[in-house]
Design a protein around this ligand. Sequence first.
Ligand code: TYD
Length: 203
Amino acid sequence: MFITLEGIDGSGKSTQAGLLTERLKKRFPRRSVLRTREPGGWEGGGWIRERILEGEYLHPMSELLLFLVDRCEHVRRQILPVLDAGGIVICERYSDSTMAYQSWGRGIPAERVSLLIDWCGLPSPDVTFWLDLPVRTALERLGSRGGADRFESEGEPFLERVRAGFASMADENPGRFIRSDATASPEVVSSSLFALLEESGYL
Ligand code: TYD
């Protein structure tokens, strides 16, 4: 089973990935459960992650292509071996982030981004949890965390476009995309994600 967590910066994906991993490990003690993230979720990926987040490449296509290189290696080295062995993968961010940030945020035409994603021939998630919250709330959370990265410091209009991108993808993929209200407490959000997995027949 392949689960992805999506949402704007500050939506609580890491907290939810951790809680979901613990719950799934308890429920399936014999299955391997991998928690991972993009960009940089594989050995060697830290280098690409730093290059992207430090903004070393200026052309939006360079940024897009770097995310895709990172994803191909991540899938090949980390994700596929676990899925092929019948395990569970929980990944923070995946191709929907590329559509939301590089197309909706940066303005690269959607057909081009989606064509390049398709060309990579990577597996699709079974379930995508979109942790949704207002941009203002996310920025307040990030403000208290400090040290904004390249995308966090793009500002409110950029993150509003990214959020609109997630909303549009949720409309287009109702079977896979599940919107979850990320303004609630971490425990409440976590219980609702787990309940949604059970109700949808994934567990
Ligand atoms: P990260 O520190 O991992 O942020 P977060 O904890 O919010 O996931 O930084 C990843 C940044 O990269 C994040 O701002 C979103 C961006 N991103 C893209 O623009 N495109 C992508 O395809 C991916 C995977 C991430």
